[in-house]
Design a protein around this ligand. Structure first.
Ligand code: GUN
Length: 308
């Protein structure tokens, strides 16, 4: 029987633990605060940030949301960032990616106070992660580690193939999985658009993580019997035209998605992959809820660090 890993249940458990931490901090006079900044009105991003805000409320944290017009000048965003850096009630914050073309996201990240960078995207935090001294583990890779743990799959000594080399998922996850720590010690192969014979790399893996933003790229024929499959992809496939947009991790499905004209599919062709896998994450309901739970986790960590 294949274990279909329930990301919502694992995320619920993490949120329950965090509620206790929030209570303890609250009793000490500190309410962890998470701010989200959205520039423009991308519908998917609007959904993601509203879910992050709802999560904050659920665990008793302060949620602060800042919205800027899609034609906002870079300086307007920089001023917002400077204010958030100075605001002691905001322990962590993020600027939702993507931002409009007039804004350079890399410059945005560099301006965020690394101590409040709960995404873990700031170069200082990326450097610390690679050095094995992470301040904040990036949310999706950390969520993947927690899902493996919940499924009783220890990466130590295993061959892991990651499909996708993104800044947000593939690269940091490769780093975490190869480190000499619990949840690491794996042998990691990272595949990308120029990889030759992808199926050969996925077939030899004990664990496959698909995080490339290509709908149903990995199917059962590319897997060996007993593989653990983690699907990070969230692709909105237009129900009528097959057009698709993808994001890396933050799935936000509701039961009426098809009524909105799109369906959500992962980077893995679920039915054929499930035939081969010993454990597999669904889309939605796998990695997406974990990304959000780990954002709360990082915010609680930031609050504790800033109050020390
Ligand atoms: N857009 C898609 N995923 C993410 C994420 O993890 N953080 C931010 N800030 N934007 C995103």
């Amino acid at each position: 029987m294949t274990n279909v890993i329930d990301g919502n249940a694992v995320a619920d458990g993490i949120r329950a633990d965090l509620e206790d931490c929030v209570d303890t901090l609250d009793n000490a006079g500190v309410t962890p605060g998470l701010a989200t900044v959205l520039v423009g009105d991308d519908p998917a991003s609007e959904t993601y940030v509203s879910m992050k805000q709802r999560d904050c409320e659920e665990v008793g944290m302060n949620g602060i949301h800042v919205e800027l017009d899609g034609d906002a000048a870079p300086d307007e965003l920089y001023d917002t960032i400077d204010d958030l850096n100075d605001d002691s009630s905001v322990h962590g914050y993020l600027v939702q990616d993507p931002v409009p073309d007039q804004i350079d996201y890399r410059e945005v990240i560099r301006r965020i106070d690394p101590a409040k960078d709960v995404d873990g995207f700031h170069p200082e935090n990326v450097g610390r992660l690679v050095a094995g001294d992470a301040r904040f583990k990036p949310c999706t890779p950390h969520g993947v580690q927690k899902l493996l743990d919940a499924a009783d799959v220890d990466p130590e000594g295993k061959d892991v193939t990651i499909v996708g080399r993104s800044r947000i998922v593939g690269k940091p996850l490769a780093n975490l999985l190869m480190q000499k720590t619990d949840g690491g010690n794996a042998t990691v192969t990272v595949c990308h658009s120029r990889t030759q014979d992808l199926a050969e790399k996925t077939r030899r893996a004990d664990i496959v993580v698909a995080a490339v933003g290509a709908p149903e790229l990995v199917d059962g024929s590319m897997l060996s019997e007993g593989t653990t499959v983690i699907d990070v992809g969230v692709n909105r496939v237009d129900a009528d035209t097959d057009e698709q947009r993808s994001s890396s991790s933050q799935n936000s499905s509701s039961s009426d998605d098809t009524e909105k004209g799109y369906e959500l599919v992962g980077d893995v062709e679920f039915d054929s992959a499930k035939e081969k896998a010993s454990a597999i994450t669904p889309v939605p309901g796998g990695v997406g809820p974990m990304t959000r739970a780990m954002l709360l986790y990082n915010t609680v960590k930031a609050a504790s660090q800033q109050e020390d």
